[in-house]
Design a protein around this ligand. Structure first.
Ligand code: ADP
Ligand code: MG
Length: 756
């Protein structure tokens, strides 16, 4: 592998503009860092700075890692190797606290004396290389690159540079930080203001009090002081936010330019009849959001709206009203769900909520009503044909389904609204495929139960409007969450006896484990895998017994079920299992047996994470809870307390008291606020993880911008970008900006911008 990528880097690096400018070898090394053009080089910002004179801690870094240290030479000895053919120079450097041995070999005498001169005791210099583990386990550097700190040619430069922080760059073993700095300076120093294209319009630069683009580049690579570099960072962060927001604002404008068919509220139609028969009143939040959606549907531009709300906040009811408004106008709505289980459940819920209104043409059905069709991959040929016909004829006003909805043979009479549940589980092409089934572009509503902090929504979903349901409808029961240390046998016994008590009291209990079996990959967050059976690669065998398990093993469904059967005192027939390796029929059967109460304990992977609604479920035990993100745990525990009885969630973990993993679980126990948890998650993890892996473009386009910490910048940039696009939709008057955005929206980035 390494060799292959090395070849690739070589081929690219040698031919790259940087290879031509700085020589083939340097070009190859720069290519390893992903740097091929001068622009790349200028955007290779320092990772950090060190104050000149201050040493960097020498105990940071593990063997195998490239490191750069600033340290003082405290010892030097020179001796001949046994064969006297070369000299060995041993040097010790110190940061004032710890020391590190360096070894140099010199075949030529002049090299040896050069090193001796360069590394006189008391010299402070930069040392870079790859840490090695010595014979006795000690860390050491062999033949590091050395750069004396003050090797300036003339005194004036020396004086000017002396006060500056030293930038430390991401480097390779062969190309240390200071050589990268020198290459950057070679490109940067001769640049003039006129040569640096500023993507941000001058008017905004001055209104926001930003430094010029060139000044920012100079200040980030060679700051006078800390303030200077932080101003530069602010400017460059604004650039990133602004480019992204402008691209999103343009997309928003482009989509809005498509014609959509207005589907306004119809007096005395299905929506009115539906509201009249609802067994509850809508919450204020539902009314407000329904109003926003209703207005969007009435417009001639396609709706692009993300509806986010806690699990159980009543999104489905709101979405159903939107679907009915479209049906009232003679159109159809499609609801795309990520899994078979969810599609079935949606169809069931929607049919139940509609009652006779969803049984048009059937005995006892309402004559003004419509029909709900269900289309999934597992349907038999006859049922599939019937569903296809209902969709194509328009007989079904609402078509619920999985990926099967995207098939070529699926046609609609008049598709007016596409609702995508858990939208982040679908790729762009999938959503586009469904959208393309409308005669004109359908209105689009995306739903997610993963709360997204506002600044994240603005970064990643900046081109859609966001509606949020914040309250949980009255009548929902509270969930009490407790953290249980897995290492405490007494507590664990208590957990299992509580499961049995809960069942005796008529409750239902979920037990969740990260893996299916001890020899199996963690099932993780990917619900789709449960459909396709993919994503279940083998990993090295893990733990076997939960009871003997330790911090190094991962809990799994098979073992947890076996253990429950043995130790909870429950009838083995009361314990069911659920995971992605089961067939669709097995999954449906397991879900159904749990929902009826025939099998009141369900041991499962995270396939139950999303949307599963069994009101009788009162308790959940999550094993190895620290393997999951906070938002995911919150999502999981939302499966209980959905009925009239309060819920209990026991999160079991081997994490040590006081560790950051333990702290996260404590936050989970303390709050039911999904937004707070999403933020806590983001504070600890890279934002990419939380939104899934599809943000391929983020790494290259967002170098400095941090979605939580820079919320203010993102907000400003969005306002500026929207204003600019409303004045100059095609950026005809801002060619530099257009170029910058076109680069941003290359095929790699499309996915990124197209998160929704
Ligand atoms: P979500 O899709 O956001 O998870 P649902 O729409 O499935 O939430 O609603 C969760 C439960 O709450 C359902 O049983 C639903 O019938 C019920 N529900 C929805 N809105 C209300 C309301 N305003 N008052 C009472 N119960 C409601
Ligand atoms: Mg739902």
């Amino acid at each position: 592998m390494a060799r292959v990528s090395g070849h690739k880097a070589k081929a690219i690096g040698a031919r790259s503009p940087l290879g031509r400018r700085f020589g083939e070898r340097t070009g190859v090394e720069l290519a390893k860092l992903g740097l091929e053009t001068e622009e790349d080089l200028l955007r290779h910002y320092p990772r950090r700075y060190v104050e000149r004179g201050a040493c960097t801690p020498l105990d940071v870094g593990t063997p195998g890692e490239p490191v750069t240290y600033i340290a003082e030479v405290v010892h030097l000895t020179k001796r001949f190797a046994r064969d006297r053919r070369m000299q060995i120079i041993s040097v010790t450097i110190s940061d004032g606290t710890s020391t590190l041995p360096l070894t140099f070999f010199a075949r030529q005498a002049y090299l040896a004396s050069h090193l001796e001169r360069q590394l006189k005791v008391g010299t402070v210099a930069m040392f870079a290389g790859t840490l090695k583990q010595g014979l006795h386990g000690q860390r050491e550097l062999t033949h590091p690159e050395v750069e004396p700190l003050d090797s300036w040619d003339d005194e004036e430069t020396a004086r000017r540079e002396a006060g500056r922080p030293v930038p430390i760059y991401g480097a390779t073993t062969k190309l240390p930080s200071w050589k990268i700095r020198d290459a950057i300076r070679t490109v940067l120093d001769p640049l003039t203001e006129a040569e640096v294209l500023d993507p941000v319009p001058a008017e905004i630069v001055s209104r926001r009090g930003l430094m010029s683009e060139l000044a920012a580049l100079r200040a980030i690579h060679m700051p006078e002081d800390k303030r200077d570099s932080s101003r530069a960072r602010h400017r460059l962060r604004y650039d990133e936010a602004f480019l992204l927001q402008t691209a999103l604002a343009r997309r928003r404008a482009d989509l809005a330019a498509f014609d959509a068919q207005p589907r306004p509220a119809v007096e005395g139609g299905l929506v009115t009849a539906f509201d009249a028969q609802l067994p509850f009143t809508l919450t204020d939040g539902q009314v407000a959001v329904a109003g926003e959606i209703g207005a969007d549907l009435a417009a001639a531009a396609p709706m692009q709206r993300l509806l986010q709300g806690e699990v159980g906040s009543g999104k489905t009811v709101v979405a159903l009203r939107a679907m009915l408004q479209v049906v009232d106008n003679g159109g159809q709505a499609a609801l795309l769900a990520p899994t078979e289980v969810l599609a079935h459940q949606h169809a069931r819920t929607i049919r139940a909520l509609l009652g006779p209104l969803g049984e048009a043409g059937m005995l006892g059905g309402s004559s003004e009503g419509t029909r709900v069709a269900l289309l999934t991959g597992s349907l038999g040929a006859a049922a599939r044909k019937a569903a296809l016909l209902q969709a194509a004829s328009g007989e079904a006003g609402i078509v619920v389904g999985t990926h099967a909805l995207l098939g070529e043979r699926v046609q609609f009479a008049d598709l007016g609204l596409v609702v995508v549940d858990e939208q982040h589980r679908f790729g762009v092409e999938q959503r586009d495929a469904l959208r393309a089934k409308g005669k004109v572009m359908p209105h689009q509503l995306y739903m997610t139960a993963t709360p997204i902090p506002r600044s994240v929504a603005m970064t990643f979903f900046g081109d859609v409007e966001v509606s949020t349901l914040r309250e949980i409808p009255a009548g929902r029961s509270p969930i009490a969450t407790h953290v249980v240390p897995a290492g405490n046998a007494r507590w664990m016994e208590r957990v299992w006896s509580k499961v049995a008590e809960e069942i005796d009291g008529g409750g239902r209990v979920y037990v969740v484990a990260p893996r299916i079996s001890s020899t199996q990959e963690e099932e993780g967050v990917d619900v789709d895998a449960s459909l396709t059976g993919e994503g279940e690669q083998k990993r090295s065998p893990g733990a076997t017994e939960l009871v003997d398990g330790g911090p190094d093993s991962t809990a799994n469904v098979e073992d947890a079920a076996a253990w429950l059967r043995r130790f909870s005192g429950l009838d083995p027939a009361a314990i069911g299992v659920m995971h992605g390796r089961l067939t669709t029929e097995e999954k449906d059967a397991a879900m159904a047996a749990f929902a009826w109460g025939a099998v009141p304990v369900l041991v499962s992977t995270t396939v139950i994470e999303v949307g599963v609604d069994v009101p009788e479920a009162t308790m959940m035990v999550v094993l190895d809870a620290d393997r999951f993100g906070l938002s995911q745990l919150h999502q999981l525990r939302g499966r209980v307390g959905r009925g009239s009885k309060p819920g209990t969630c026991l999160v079991v973990s081997w994490t040590e008291a006081g560790s950051s993993s333990q702290e996260r679980l404590t936050i989970l126990a303390e709050t039911l606020d999904g937004f707070r948890l999403a933020e806590a998650d983001l504070e600890q993890r890279r934002e990419g993880d939380i939104l899934g892996a599809a943000q391929s473009g983020r790494a290259t386009s967002l170098r400095l911008l941090r979605v939580i910490a820079d919320a203010d910048i993102i907000e400003q940039a969005r306002a500026d970008a929207r204003e600019l696009i409303s004045e100059d939709p095609n950026l005809a008057h801002h060619p530099e900006l257009l170029i910058a955005i076109t680069q941003l929206v290359d095929p790699d980035h499309e996915e990124f911008l197209d998160r929704v």
